[in-house]
Design a binder for this molecule. Sequence first.
Ligand code: PAF
Length: 275
Amino acid sequence: MQIVLNSEELARARDGMAGTLALVPTMGALHAGHLALIAAAKMRAATVAASIFVNPTQFGEGEDFGRYPRRQEQDVRMLEEAGCDLVWAPSVEDIYPAGFSTNISVASVSKRWEGEARPGHFDGVSTIVAKLLLSVGPDLALFGEKDFQQLAVIRRMVTDLNIPVEIVAVPTVREADGLALSSRNAYLSPDERRRAAALPNALLTMRDAIRDGTAVSAALQAGKQALVDAGFLKIDYLALVDAATLEPLDAIVGEMRLIAAAVIGTTRLIDNIAV
Ligand code: PAF
C-alpha cells in the first residue's frame, strides 16, 4: 500500500494508476464501518484509495475537533489489511494553504437537521469533499449511510457541479445491540454506551409503528419519550423525512427515512433508518 502525504505525491501516484479508481474519504479513527466502505470499493474498482483528514472546517466552535480521535498508525495498518492500495493523509496546510478562500455551500438539502444544529458544518463537508474528489479524480466515491444528510448534500453538490464521479452509499454497520458504529462512540462511558442502544431501538419501533398505521406524529412522540426515558438529555431532532430532499413528512409517501440526533452524557449521536 502506498502512503502519500501531500498533493504533489498524490498527483504523481495518480499518474501511475490505470483502471477504475474508488475513493473512500475518512477522518481516520477507523472502525468496521470504514472497512465496509473499503470492501464495497474493492468489489467495484481495480484500485482503492482512502483519505485520512480530520477536516477542521466542518467542526463548529465548541465541538470536538481538538479531542477527535487521531490514530493514524493504526488506521494505516487497518487499511493495509483491508486491501486498500493508496492512503492520502494530507496536512491542514496542504489542504488549506495560506490564502485559501473558497467555500462551497449547498442550499436546500443542507438547511435543516444537522445544518440547523451545526451551522457551517455542511459548508465544511462540501468544500473538503469537493477538494478530495478533484484532487484524487476517482471514478467512484463511497460514503456511509450513517451520515444520511451528508450523503444527500454530497450527491446534490456532485450533480450541481458536474463532478464526474459516481457516489455510492454503503449501509450502516451496527454493533450487536444495534448502535451504529461511529468514531464518536469512543466518548461514551460504559453506562452511556449501554443506554445508547435506545437510539436505534427507538428508530426501529417508530418504523414498525408507522408501517403498522400509527400516525407519524404519535410515533415520533413515542420515540422521543423512549429516548428521554433512556437518559438522552437533548434531542436535536427526530423526524420522518423524504429520503432525497430531507424535507419533513407527516404522512407516508415515496422513499422515506427516519433520522435522529440526540445527546447522551456529552456525546451527540446521529442515526437513521429506511422506512
Ligand atoms: O464522514 C466523514 O468522515 C467526513 O465528513 C468526510 C466525508 C470524510 C469529510 O471530511
